[in-house]
Design a protein around this ligand. Structure first.
Ligand SMILES: Cc1cc2nc3c(=O)[nH]c(=O)nc-3n(C[C@H](O)[C@H](O)[C@H](O)COP(=O)(O)OP(=O)(O)OC[C@H]3O[C@@H](n4cnc5c(N)ncnc54)[C@H](O)[C@@H]3O)c2cc1C
Length: 429
């Protein structure tokens, strides 16, 4: 009998499978889609360098993914976004924008950092906390772009308790410091990490039955049996009941699945004939719909000039509702405003453009999960094992590290692998 069935070949599933396999356990990974990686997906064809359709950065000097990149013999491309923000339309360094606007941006960032230690009268939303610090609606709009968009959450819902938990638990070195891209592309890391594993693609799990002898997962008419099962699918997929559980999951688990939320996340990616921005540009943002932009080709001398907008939550939902041409037009208009260039010039220079909507991905269903105010215990409850050898991993379960990241997802995979191995040992199975 297998020691573990792992559901999902994303960062968490591959990390869990690697750990168990390398310690001599028999594991099999069931992946619904025709590829591995989940929310890690690199396109090697679209430009003359690897373009990230999903996760792009390694966040933090001590993120575990850095160590894996080294072990894999891959290479890091450092990029500094923190402290390099250009803001407004046109986007300018903070030293050159209007004095009041600069005060607002720096003040918001300082209040956000204060969350780590600030006394809170209960679990406020990020908006509630900022308003308690005296910020007005114009400031809240800026906070939505600068702080909540990163978390794939509406500013008036995001839990400050969960943000504080993450700040205190962070051991990667802070999300805005020590950032890097992977020269060969993020997918190269998971191709390497999955070498030699038994991964069955196009295998959507429909049900999981727990019984005395172990766990049985069904894929179509096939039944796979193991001593334990590790579930790594996204919160959106758990909410959609894509897997039927028998017996049903515990009330605590169901409450956590109900509490956690997953909003859309969308990238608009543009390739131009010539670079229309300064080579040192790494990050710019404004209050528009296509709010946050960065430069995937940064640090790759002579690479195709590609620029990407990454938006989440309400902004992404709005762009997802448009047809692709209209969404890309909206992005181009915002890009012209940010770069201070005529819209017609951008159209004339455009070589290719595409939209990547993660809410539309059938086995993902959004960006990454956030905790709404008042539900700060949800991550821990989602991560807790269920009776009968059922374990949970995936970015949303990262209660003791950074959720919403690749390195956080990897750590949850390692945690669940350890739990499953201990369960097997304790029962001498
Ligand atoms: C657009 C975008 C940008 C991001 N940028 C960054 C970034 O710059 N840096 C960073 O660190 N993180 C980033 N993230 C977050 C990061 O990608 C995720 O936190 C991480 O990849 C999640 O991994 P996971 O294993 O938890 O889940 P997933 O990657 O979702 O893996 C779960 C897998 O389960 C499969 N599955 C679902 N249902 C079933 C089923 N019934 N049967 C079998 N298989 C199933 C799915 O197909 C999927 O492959 C980004 C995410 C997005 C969407």
């Amino acid at each position: 009998m297998l020691d573990a069935i792992i559901i999902g070949a994303g960062a968490a599933g591959i990390a869990a499978a690697r750990r168990l396999h390398d310690s001599g356990r028999q594991v099999c990974v069931l992946e619904a889609s025709p590829r591995i990686g989940g929310r890690v997906q690199t396109d090697l064809q679209w430009a003359d360098f690897p373009v990230e359709l999903g996760a792009e950065f390694i966040h933090g000097e001590k993120a575990v993914t850095r160590m894996l990149v080294m072990q894999a013999g891959l290479h890091l491309l450092p990029v500094q976004r923190g402290g390099k923000l250009l803001w407004g339309s046109p986007a300018l360094p903070l030293t050159k924008i209007d004095r009041d606007e600069r005060k607002l941006i720096l003040g918001l960032l300082a209040d956000y950092a204060r969350l780590k230690t600030a006394p809170l009268p209960g679990d406020l939303s990020l908006k509630g906390y900022l308003m308690s610090r005296g910020w007005d609606q114009a400031a809240i709009q800026a906070a939505d772009v600068l702080l909540a968009q990163t978390c794939c959450a509406p500013v008036d819902a995001l839990s400050c308790e969960d943000l504080r938990r993450e700040m205190l638990a962070d051991h990667a070195g802070g999300l805005e410091h020590g950032e890097a891209r992977i020269l060969e592309g993020y997918s190269a890391l998971f191709n390497w990490l999955s070498t030699g594993l038994d991964i069955r693609l196009n295998s959507p799990v429909q049900s999981i039955h727990r019984h005395q002898d172990g766990v049985m997962a069904t894929v179509g008419t096939e039944a796979i049996v193991a001593r334990t099962c590790i579930i790594t699918i996204s919160v959106a997929m758990l909410k959609a009941n894509r897997i039927a559980f028998a017996p049903e999951l515990s009330d605590e688990k169901l409450a956590a699945i109900t509490a956690l939320q997953m909003e859309p996340a969308t990238k608009l990616i543009y390739k131009f004939k010539d670079r229309l921005w300064a080579p040192e540009l790494t990050y710019m943002a404004h209050r528009g719909t296509a709010a946050r932009w960065w430069t995937p080709a940064y640090g790759r001398n002579g690479a195709d000039p590609v620029i990407a907008c990454y938006i989440t939550a309400g902004r992404a939902e709005k762009l997802d509702r448009m047809d692709e041409t209209a969404a890309l037009e909206t992005g181009l208009a915002d890009l012209a405003a940010l770069l201070g260039l005529p819209r017609a010039r951008l159209s004339a220079e455009l070589a290719a453009a595409r939209r990547v909507s993660w809410a539309e991905q059938p086995w993902i269903g959004g960006g990454y999960a956030y905790v709404p105010a008042g539900k700060a215990a949800a991550r821990l409850a989602l991560a807790a094992p269920e009776d009968g050898g059922l374990f949970f991993a995936g970015e949303a379960t990262a209660h003791d590290t950074n959720p919403q990241t690749v390195h956080g997802a990897v750590e949850t995979g390692w945690r669940a692998a350890k739990e499953a191995a201990a369960y097997i040992r304790a029962r001498m199975l």
